[in-house]
Design a binder for this molecule. Structure first.
Ligand SMILES: Nc1nc2c(ncn2[C@@H]2O[C@H](COP(=O)(O)OP(=O)(O)OP(=O)(O)O)[C@@H](O)[C@H]2O)c(=O)[nH]1
Ligand SMILES: [Mg+2]
Length: 202
């Protein structure tokens, strides 16, 4: 009995582990939506109106209802387990904000790359970015209504993804779906950390 009480108390007193996860992907793919769907704090957003001036560059085909865009980042928090808290950083989707990425990526455990199968090429740059820097990532296809569903293997081939990269299909508006995506990223990233720690056979 006493042991149980003590262990509960010490577990409660332990500081939770906090991890940083990026949410990336092309313009209008649902990054801000994803962070907002799971965040237990009011997410910090840096949305600006899509202006007439930006119309030639900001391609809203597929997300015609979109009136704003992220100009710096989204920020949210989710407690995955009582001892594990994720800080989510959504990246801006447009190419003109690339200069912010290195700053946002610092200290990140891993990333989610959101993809829209109608404009798969929009997430190539994000996939490239994380591959080059060795940041573990998972790809999540955000299913918009009325879009064709492709078998995950077709998407994997189109993105030329390594077998080890988790590929999920989900809905950025749905809390449970987003949680599954985040769990997959964390598990994948932690497995990579473990692998890196394994002694090299001589
Ligand atoms: N039908 C549907 N609409 C979605 C989904 N995810 C996002 N949306 C809508 O798509 C639009 C774009 O979503 P955002 O979350 O702003 O996209 P973003 O990736 O943050 O956009 P940028 O920051 O401008 O790159 C919004 O109008 C959302 O309501 C989805 O899963 N299904
Ligand atoms: Mg956004």
């Amino acid at each position: 009995m006493a042991f149980g009480r003590f262990s509960r108390r010490s577990a409660a007193a332990a500081e939770p582990v906090t991890l940083k996860v990026l949410v990336a992907g092309g313009f209008g793919v649902g990054k801000t939506t994803l962070v907002g769907a799971v965040s237990e704090i009011r997410p910090l957003r840096t949305e600006e109106s899509l202006s007439e001036v930006g119309r030639p560059v900001d391609d809203v085909s597929g997300v015609e209802g979109k009136t704003t865009t992220t100009v710096a980042m989204d920020f949210g928090r989710i407690t995955l387990r009582e001892d594990l808290i994720l800080y989510l950083f959504g990246t801006p989707g447009q190419d003109r904000f690339w200069f912010l990425w290195d700053e946002l990526a610092q200290g990140a455990l891993g990333a989610v790359v959101l993809a829209d199968t109608r404009r798969l090429e929009d997430c190539f740059a994000a996939v490239d970015y994380f591959e080059r820097r060795g940041i573990p990532f998972a790809v999540a296809v955000n299913c918009f209504e009325g879009t064709d569903r492709f078998p995950p293997e077709t998407v994997r081939a189109a993105l030329d993804l390594d077998e080890a990269v988790p590929l999920l299909v989900g809905d950025a508006r749905d809390r449970e779906s987003v949680k599954q995506i985040l769990v997959a990223v964390v598990e994948h990233a932690l497995a990579r950390v473990d692998q890196a720690r394994e002694p090299v056979a001589t």
